[in-house]
Design a protein around this ligand. Structure first.
Ligand SMILES: O=C(O)C1=C[C@@H](OP(=O)(O)O)[C@@H](O)[C@H](O)C1
Ligand SMILES: C=C(OP(=O)(O)O)C(=O)O
Length: 448
């Protein structure tokens, strides 16, 4: 059994010093989209560096259920034989997206304008997350949805046979909502327009253009106006998936807080819509440098070097939230080690992730002896100046980022921190435990 498949509670042994090179896996957002867009292209898309986390594997299975051919050739090497825009066929069974909000919401968008029904479900975490934010705009195309209260999964979408193009102002800063609308627009004649007040990750726009669609973005007083021309023929691509900045955050932040550490994380995608954590860490005084800055596959990439040193608390502005939305749990850990207070503003979206991440971090940090305060939309962590007591068991609530954050905290705390369920790391970072061990961390299983 692999380390992370063992369901027993596990702790990170305190006092780690991390050194060496951390090769983190491929980007989760780009991996989902590679499979999805490849499935809608005419011909064969080749992918290297695909993240083989459970979320992405579930999207691959869904593409097969809709009629595309998805084949693994070797580690990270995959091909997708697509059926063309509008070419999906009705799945004969329920689509189970597991733990993945991105998977379910993007696939809902794609099938919304195919004239058949699709039923979606997921694990207990995904079944508790709001889907109305996607089914509301999809209804404007003519799609019907029948879910549980507040649009929760399981949910059936009856796709529109004669979809009409939509102009939608997104009420939430969410790349998943934006992408669902644009993907529904793919099989709709005319122009679909999505307007977002704040920039969210732009992989859908960039990649769809790469596949030959016409997607333009205009910055206006209303916000970012994104226009997609419907019914393009998508051309298959050769995709090299960049390494995931959200996964890189764990070895980087662990190195910043573990005495004597010096870690290099090569080839990290630093698309500005994803790089907010690294800006924030530098403002906190972290010894974090970008080396060998370059462009790969149209995305800015650098090798990140993180060394342990003094860190101070800061105010993180609300306008930065979308560019680091998945990184607040690990930022809270760095904030707990810092000198002074860190206030994270504009973070209410954290409450509808795999768990309520403000609540999960707040309860776990308190149990480890760290003082915190929260409002609906903000999170404050009072730094301990390098002396986190630790000595608690924390609940991961089916949330991979909560598990990895508390493992990192445990490496720097005074007493061991136990994570109740390490299996959840499989979602986005299946080699998290061996990679951290290779850098110098140690993990212990509970023996009972
Ligand atoms: O589009 C994507 O690939 C993602 C969008 C974000 O979600 P929201 O759109 O809900 O902010 C992020 O949290 C998720 O991990 C990946
Ligand atoms: C929020 C996340 O993912 P998703 O919404 O795809 O489940 C995440 O990976 O942190």
């Amino acid at each position: 059994m692999s380390h992370s498949a063992d369901p027993r509670p596990m702790s990170a042994v305190p006092g780690a010093t991390l050194t060496g090179v951390a090769n983190v896996p491929g980007d989760k957002s780009v991996s989902h989209r590679s499979l999805l867009f490849g499935a809608m292209a005419v011909g064969e898309t080749k992918i290297t560096g695909l993240l083989e986390g459970q979320d992405v594997l579930d999207t691959g299975k869904a593409m097969q259920a809709l009629g595309a051919e998805v084949i693994q050739h070797g580690p990270g090497e995959w091909s997708v034989h697509g059926v063309g825009v509008g070419g999906f066929s009705e799945p004969v069974d329920v689509i189970d997206c597991g733990n993945s909000g991105t998977g379910v919401r993007l696939i809902m968008g794609t099938v919304a304008t195919h004239g058949f029904s699709t039923t979606f479900t997921g694990d207990a975490s995904l079944r508790s997350r709001p889907m109305g934010r996607v089914t509301d705009p999809l209804a404007m195309f003519g799609t019907q949805s029948y879910g549980r209260a507040q649009g929760r999964l399981p949910l059936t979408l009856v796709g529109a046979s004669n979809p009409v193009p939509v102009r939608y102002v997104s009420p939430v800063p969410s790349a998943q909502v934006k992408s669902a609308v644009l993907l529904a627009g793919l099989n709709t004649p005319g122009e679909t327009v999505l307007i977002e007040a704040e920039a969210t990750r732009d992989h859908t726009e960039r990649m769809l253009n790469g596949f030959g669609a016409q997607v333009t973005t205009e910055i206006t007083d209303e916000g970012r106006v994104i226009t997609l021309k419907g019914q393009p023929e998508l051309r298959p691509q050769t995709i090299v998936v960049p390494r995931d900045p959200s996964s890189a955050a764990f070895p980087v932040c662990a190195a910043l807080i573990c005495e004597g550490s010096d870690v290099l994380v090569p080839g990290i995608g630093l698309n500005p819509t994803r790089a907010g954590l690294y800006t924030t860490l530098r403002e906190m005084g972290a010894d974090l440098t970008y080396e060998n800055e370059r462009e790969e596959g149209g995305e800015p990439v650098a090798d990140l070097r993180a060394r342990c040193g003094p860190i101070k608390g800061i105010e993180v502005p609300p306008e930065r939230a979308a560019s680091m939305i998945d990184e607040y749990p690990i930022l809270s850990v760095v904030a707990a080690m810092a000198e002074g207070t860190t206030v994270m503003h504009g973070v209410k979206e954290l409450r509808v992730k795999e768990s309520d991440r403000i609540d999960a971090m707040a309860r776990g940090l308190e149990a480890c002896g760290v003082r915190v305060e929260e409002t609906e939309d903000s999170f404050t962590v009072h730094g301990t100046g390098g002396a986190i007591p630790g000595g608690a068991t924390v609940g991961t609530r089916l949330d991979h980022r909560i598990a990895m954050s508390f493992f990192c905290l445990g490496m720097a705390a005074q007493k061991p921190v136990t994570v109740d369920d390490a299996t959840v790391v499989e979602t986005s970072f299946p080699n998290f435990l061996p990679l951290m061990e290779q850098l110098g961390s140690r993990f212990e299983r509970e023996t009972s």
